[in-house]
Structure formats: structure tokens, C-alpha cells
Design a protein around this ligand. Structure first.
Ligand SMILES: [Ca+2]
Ligand SMILES: [Ca+2]
Ligand SMILES: [Ca+2]
Ligand SMILES: [Ca+2]
Length: 262
């Protein structure tokens, strides 16, 4: 116990020493330093935006870091690149999404739990904490545009092309939820017998979101008896990200023409 107390005492003395002798005078004057005068204080440049606190225009495109951040442009990528068009730490989450979720744009695994920020966010985990609190996931199927959108905490993470039910066998309109996940399934019905269908996510009895290997009409036209067909790679991702219980909204109108939008 004595050792613990001594450690605590020395830590307190260390903080006191830091406050009195090392911190810049500006802190005591009630200001925070912005060395390069670009409108972003040094501490935020170093740990939030990963910009150069000694260079007002980190990417050298003629606009200061402060002006770029304030207007939604990337201070790291020149030209007219928006902040969501750059992924500074290349972890798969763009800088805008990282700032929204509070993860570091410069560290791939902010909470250092062994899972990257991307891995956690797309599955609804908090990338800043090892707690198991989850962000809500939801899926929207847009019959008009033949797209499926996947959201985490109301941030649209993916926009994938799909094929919904044909006009005579529409994908049902309304609100549902993923109630079952089956990795491999056989579909049998009038005129079809399809085995080895992967990544099946049931959202209404007998209605699934699943991969389809027998056509390539995704995003172009309807092509099913009511299920939502996805490309194999897209369905595999969604299947690995989404939990049972996630809400599914089917919106829009089933196109009557061959091509969506024609
Ligand atoms: Ca600055
Ligand atoms: Ca700039
Ligand atoms: Ca990133
Ligand atoms: Ca992590």
C-alpha cells in the first residue's frame, strides 16, 4: 500500500511541476496557441485533424486549414476535395465519418482493442471505446432506384445496386426487420430450383435479401419473385455487418419498364 501512495504522490508532484514550469504562458493567460494563425489551435491540429500546426496550409492548395475545415474541404488533399473524399489513415473510413463517430482520422484503431475503426463502425460498435454499446443499424431497399442502403447511426455507409421483385411478384412495401440469417439456402418454386444461394437475410417470412449468381441485372432492373438480389461480394459484406433485428424499410415503386429510370 505504501508503494501505491508514493506513486500517487509522485504523480501529483509531476503534474504540478508540469503546470508550473512547462506549460506555455498563454495557457495561464486564458488563450490556447494557434501557432500558424490558421484558425485551428495547435492541439486540434495535432490530435484531431493531423494537420501541420506550423503551416497554415498543410496541403499547399492556397486555402488555409481553418478555411478548408470550416467549409467541409479536406486540409490534406488539394483542389476541391471534400473532407469525406479523403481517408488520412487509410482504414476504410473517410475523414468526415471518423470525425462524426469521434474516432481518430490518424489512427486506424482508435481504442486499440485490436479491431480497426472501420471494422467496428460498419458493425455498429463504438470505435472510441471498448464498451459493447451499439449504434443502431438499418437497411433501406429503394424499389424505384433498385438500390439498397445500409446505415449505421443514421450515417449511410453503403449504397449497393440490387434487383427487387418483378411487377407481378413485387418485393413487399413496408417496415420489417432481419429475423433470420442463413449462410446457404436452396430456393424452390414454380419454374425455379436454385441451390447454393449465399448470404440469406430474411426480413419477412419467405422474403430474403440474398446473393444471386444467375444474373447481373443489379441496379438495372427487377429480377426476382420478391426477394432482394445482391451481388455476391456485396451480400457477403452486408451479411457480416448486420445483426438479426435490424430494421428493413422497403420504399418506392416497382419499375414497370425494363430499365430503371427509362
Ligand atoms: Ca493552427
Ligand atoms: Ca489547404
Ligand atoms: Ca480513416
Ligand atoms: Ca478498435
Amino acid at each position: 500500500m505504501d508503494v501505491t501512495f508514493k506513486r500517487k504522490d509522485s504523480a501529483v508532484m509531476g503534474v504540478f511541476f508540469l503546470l508550473v514550469f512547462l506549460l506555455p504562458c498563454s495557457v495561464f493567460a486564458g488563450t490556447v496557441p494557434d501557432t500558424d494563425g490558421d484558425g485551428i489551435v495547435d492541439s486540434e491540429e495535432m490530435v484531431v485533424y493531423f494537420t501541420d500546426p506550423n503551416n497554415p496550409d498543410t496541403d499547399g492548395d492556397g486555402y488555409t486549414d481553418g478555411v478548408e475545415i470550416k467549409n467541409g474541404y479536406s486540409p490534406h488533399k488539394g483542389g476541391a476535395a471534400k473532407i469525406h473524399e479523403f481517408d488520412y489513415d487509410k482504414d476504410g473510413l473517410d475523414d468526415w465519418v471518423e470525425l462524426w463517430f469521434g474516432s481518430s482520422i490518424g489512427i486506424k484503431d482508435t481504442d486499440r482493442d485490436g479491431f480497426t475503426d472501420f471494422y467496428e463502425v460498419v458493425r455498429g460498435y463504438d470505435p472510441t471505446s471498448t464498451s459493447m454499446v451499439r449504434f443502431p443499424q438499418r437497411i433501406v431497399v429503394d424499389r424505384t432506384l433498385q438500390r439498397l442502403y445500409y446505415y449505421v447511426a443514421n450515417i449511410k455507409m453503403y449504397n449497393w445496386p440490387v434487383s427487387t421483385g418483378n411487377p407481378s411478384t413485387e418485393t413487399p412495401f413496408g417496415r420489417f426487420a432481419i429475423d433470420k440469417k442463413i449462410p446457404n439456402k436452396r430456393y424452390v418454386g414454380p419454374g425455379y430450383d436454385l441451390s447454393g444461394v449465399k448470404w440469406n437475410m430474411q426480413f419477412k417470412p419467405s422474403y430474403y435479401i440474398h446473393a444471386a449468381y444467375w444474373h447481373n441485372d443489379f441496379g438495372i432492373r427487377t429480377h426476382s419473385h420478391g426477394c432482394v438480389n445482391m451481388r455476391l461480394a456485396d451480400a457477403a459484406l452486408l451479411y457480416s455487418y448486420v445483426d438479426e433485428g435490424a430494421p428493413v424499410s422497403v420504399i418506392g415503386k416497382t419499375p414497370s419498364g425494363y430499365n430503371v429510370g427509362s
